[in-house]
Design a protein around this ligand. Structure first.
Ligand SMILES: *Cc1c(COP(=O)(O)O)cnc(C)c1O
Length: 360
């Protein structure tokens, strides 16, 4: 496969990385290789160990993040494979407003005595450093930035430097920012994890995850774990995710522009108590005045915005996060997480505004 060099800009990498060579009769796109096994004595041998369609996806995502990628069956498959790197009773420090599935996985590992977790306000850099220093068994600093759904931003560079002085490994869940808005490896993180289900795939039609690292030993350890635990994606999923990734920059540019405009308009609406928006990306978390009832009314009162969980698709979706039992109780009852799509911004605003206007 042809490899783009680091001279290229992200948009060019997104379009060109992981393509077959420019030779006569080569397809432009890597085909979907449907096979469970390979003729023996090669590099692949068996379908759980490797697949050419995964490799194309991994090459493209790795090039965007600045490391080597491994594809997984879902974001949670990637996340739990990472948590499994923590040795017996090792410490993990994570944002208290991490993705609720990550918090649940930490609690599950902890309940079985595998590790101990400390959940903190990730914007309080000094407190996070204190916590790392206080736990001599701390093995992993798990960052998610921005957090889902509170949209808090961590100082990745400062925290990574402090973690490394203490011999602590740094993971960043980069699902919300994507490699186009934030490259954690260049900020000092050891490993990036993605729910590729979201922006990378971008069309709400595939579940996939990925890990990226520039450290060959970490890569080998994680590849070994993927081989053993078997949380691998299907070739068709990998093909869809790569097809989605080809337009990531164009989708994100439009979705972000829409989100910036909607954040501005929402802040001026009297039914909104507070707008959480980190200033980049396409997720906004307005807190509706009137709490759960008012927010539940809004998510049922629109025709373009779809009431659905998940995020990062071309279509605009939203949900009141506290409807989930797993969501942190420090998230306001009236917080609605908007995943802004690439529709016309005035149409999106009209649909939201008429719902907000009708709250009584
Ligand atoms: C959705 C999500 C995950 C989990 O990914 P799945 O693909 O649903 O397993 C992890 N982290 C964040 C930030 C997410 O939004």
């Amino acid at each position: 496969m042809s490899s783009p060099t680091s001279r290229l800009h992200p948009a060019t990498i997104a379009v060109t990385a992981g393509r077959p060579p420019h030779d006569p009769d080569q397809p432009l796109n890597v085909p979907i290789t449907m096979t469970s096994t390979y003729v023996a004595t090669g590099d692949l041998e068996y379908g759980r160990y490797g697949n050419p369609t995964w490799s194309a996806f991994e090459e493209a995502l790795g090039a965007l993040e600045g490391g080597r990628a491994l594809a997984f069956a879902s974001g949670m498959a990637a996340a739990t494979t990472l948590l499994d790197l923590v040795g017996q009773d090792g410490g993990v420090i994570a944002p208290r407003h991490s993705y609720s599935g990550t918090i649940a996985a930490l609690a599950d590992f902890e309940s079985r005595g595998r590790l101990h977790a400390t959940l903190l306000d990730i914007t309080d850099t000094a407190a996070v450093i204190d916590a790392m220093e206080a736990d001599e068994d701390c093995a992993m600093l798990w960052l998610e930035s921005p957090t889902n759904p509170a949209l808090e931003v961590a100082d990745i560079a400062t925290l990574a430097a402090a973690a490394h002085e203490l011999g602590i490994r740094v993971i960043v869940d980069n699902t919300f920012a994507t490699p186009l808005l934030q490259q954690p490896l260049s900020l000092g993180a050891d490993i990036v994890v993605h729910s590729a289900t979201k922006y990378i795939s971008g069309h709400s039609d595939v579940l996939m995850g990925a890990i990226v690292t520039a450290d060959d030993d970490v890569y080998a350890a994680l590849k070994g774990r993927r081989d053993l635990m078997g949380a691998v994606p299907g070739p068709f999923e990998a093909w869809l995710a790569l097809r989605g990734l080809r337009t990531l920059h164009v989708r994100l540019e439009r979705a972000q522009a829409n989100a910036m405009e909607l954040a501005r308009r929402l802040a001026e609406h009297p039914a909104i108590e507070e707008v959480r928006y980190p200033g980049f990306g396409a997720i906004i978390a307005p807190v509706i005045a009137g709490g759960a009832d008012a927010a539940d009314f809004v998510v049922r009162a629109t025709s373009l915005w779809v009431h659905a969980t998940s995020l990062g698709g071309v279509e605009s979706t939203f949900e009141r996060r506290r409807r989930w039992k797993l969501e942190a109780t420090t998230i306001p009852e009236g917080l609605v997480r908007l995943s802004v799509g690439i529709e016309d911004v005035d149409d999106l605003w009209e649909d939201l505004r008429q719902a907000l206007d009708r709250i009584n």
